[in-house]
Design a protein around this ligand. Structure first.
Ligand SMILES: Cc1ncc(COP(=O)(O)O)c(C=O)c1O
Length: 505
């Protein structure tokens, strides 16, 4: 397919630029010998020749097989590719547990300020007081919001915060000469929890949920013993329900000498209202992208700060940011003999932390409280609006997200997966499907606090329409999506054997 050949389906010709999105050519197919997106100046006539600049033995013998394209082709190609992605800047993204909320642009502006963006990571503390005091103030605000004593910014994502917290848990027990081997997690836990437990060298022991969708207290007491290093819990949990027995849970875990780990993935539903520290938690990670509206970072260049109680602070990864009263300035304290070691180079991903600070300051304490209130309001509104079409897994009111089951649609040959695919055609990112594992045909929906009533209504209308279509025209769901360049790839194969490299014939 050449660029000139085919007008874009459904688009006026002048907007399409002559390319059908479904047939977007590879950049190699756009290549024409000799086309360039750059022009370099000729080497100076009297200056060193190419042989002097790059000795022949260091030059490649055959030129690399790179596409030869003009700047225009290059820009259009990558712009088109970027438009194939769904994003929080494009539309609603109700992916339960993941909290994909809109990121305000003021935070981007703050992160782009040259003093932050261009600071050399090895700048001495005295020359980096701007970023250090910002991180210091953010650290204080996050400790205050979670009810913890100290914090590290090193983890680059929530999952890395989990690993860091578990290594601290191990260091704490070890320092008391008390080697323990087990970490308890509920059956509704996010997959990163058991993965982190295993990575930290512990054995994961499951505790079941009761008929309310909450940790079964009796079952918990049964699995607790002196091998247990701690319990990992989200509150509200991954079913979107608040663990009302949290104080009894904390007592039971502390009673056997264990620690309580708070997975902060759902903190946006309680921020400014309740604090994990007051519930009895000892270790807390925060996924800044979920609560403090920073880019998610795909598990990599994000930020998952980890906060701990006073008794655990000596184990935090070094260096730790401290305020030096004598000098009247912030500095990195490297002298931490009990630290678990480094988790990330330099300050962690500080650009993300700048964004979180900007978000926090733009809202203030009252605004933060409204974040939680709106997250819960939006989720409950949507839950009730789709309640006739989709049975909620647990009948109680929810916090910031809820889980429904699509099992009633099975009689029409339709599954949760098909509902998700059809939503794409209707202009919404699908919710999380088949998680938590304890709910059959699960759809886990989190509208987030940043969506308007109009958007939440639109999503409710789309879900209700899909339920109707399942009865009337199930084929429409089974064929979906029809509006995307690729309809139903083999998702397991795509994830396990990702092959995106083009090779010439
Ligand atoms: C409950 C829960 N825990 C942990 C994580 C992992 O967080 P991250 O993606 O920041 O590594 C997630 C991510 O969605 C989550 O929902």
């Amino acid at each position: 397919m050449t660029q000139e050949a085919t007008p874009a389906a459904g688009l006026p010709l002048e907007r399409s630029g002559g390319v059908r999105d479904a047939d977007l050519p590879l950049i190699f197919e756009l290549s024409r010998p000799g086309r360039r997106a750059w022009s370099l100046p000729e080497p100076e006539r009297d200056g060193p020749g190419i042989d002097e600049l790059i000795p022949p033995e260091h030059r490649r013998r055959t030129p690399p097989r790179l596409p030869e394209v003009s700047e225009r082709d290059l820009v259009r190609h990558h712009t088109r590719l970027s438009q194939r992605n769904w994003a929080v800047d494009v539309g609603a993204y109700p992916l339960g547990s993941c909290t994909m909320k809109y990121n305000p642009k003021v935070a981007e502006q703050a992160a782009a300020l040259p003093g932050f963006a261009r600071l050399h990571p090895m700048a001495p503390d005295e020359l980096a007081q701007g970023i250090l005091s910002l991180l210091g103030m953010l650290q204080e605000a996050l400790c205050e919001a979670t009810g913890m004593a100290a914090l590290t910014f090193q983890p680059a994502a929530g999952a890395q915060g989990e690993l860091t917290g578990l290594l601290i848990m191990r260091a704490f027990h070890r320092a008391r000469g008390d080697e323990r081997s087990v970490v308890v997690i509920p059956d509704s836990a996010h997959g990163t929890n058991p993965a982190s437990v295993t990575l930290a060298g512990y054995e994961a022991r499951e505790v079941r949920s009761d008929e309310r969708g909450l940790v079964d207290l009796d079952a918990l007491r049964d699995v607790l013993d002196r091998d247990v290093a701690g319990l990992m819990l989200t509150n509200p949990n991954t079913l979107g329900l608040f663990e009302r027995d949290i104080e009894a849970i904390a007592d039971a875990v502390h009673g056997v000498g264990g620690l309580l780990y708070y997975d902060g993935a759902n903190f946006n539903s309680i921020v400014g209202i309740a604090r994990p520290g007051d519930m009895g938690f000892d270790i807390v990670h925060l996924n800044l992208h979920k609560t403090f509206a920073t880019p998610h970072g795909g598990g990599g260049p994000g930020s998952g700060p980890l906060a701990v109680t006073a008794q655990l602070q000596r184990f935090l990864p070094a260096p730790v940011l401290v305020y030096d009263d004598e000098r009247g300035s912030w500095r990195w304290d490297h002298d931490r003999p009990d630290a678990i070691g480094r988790i990330h180079s330099f300050f962690g991903n500080s650009g993300i932390n700048v964004r979180a600070y900007a978000y926090l300051r733009s809202l203030g304490p009252e605004g933060l409280r409204r974040v939680a209130e709106r997250a819960v309001l939006n989720a409950n509104y949507l839950r009730v609006r789709v309640g006739d079409a989709f049975e909620t897994a647990y009948p109680d009111g929810c916090m910031h997200e809820f889980v429904v089951t699509a099992k009633r649609l099975r009689r029409h040959g339709v599954r949760a997966h098909d509902v998700a695919k059809r939503l794409i055609d209707l202009g919404y990112h699908p919710p999380t499907v088949y998680f938590p594992l304890v709910v059959e045909e699960a759809l886990m929906i989190e509208p987030t606090e940043t969506e308007s009533k109009e958007t939440v209504d639109g999503l409710a209308d789309a879900l209700n329409l899909i339920a109707e279509e399942a009865a009337r025209d199930p084929d429409r769901l089974l064929q979906a999506p029809v509006t995307t360049p690729v309809s139903r790839p083999d998702e397991a194969r795509a994830a396990r054997n990702l092959d995106v490299r083009w090779t010439p014939d």
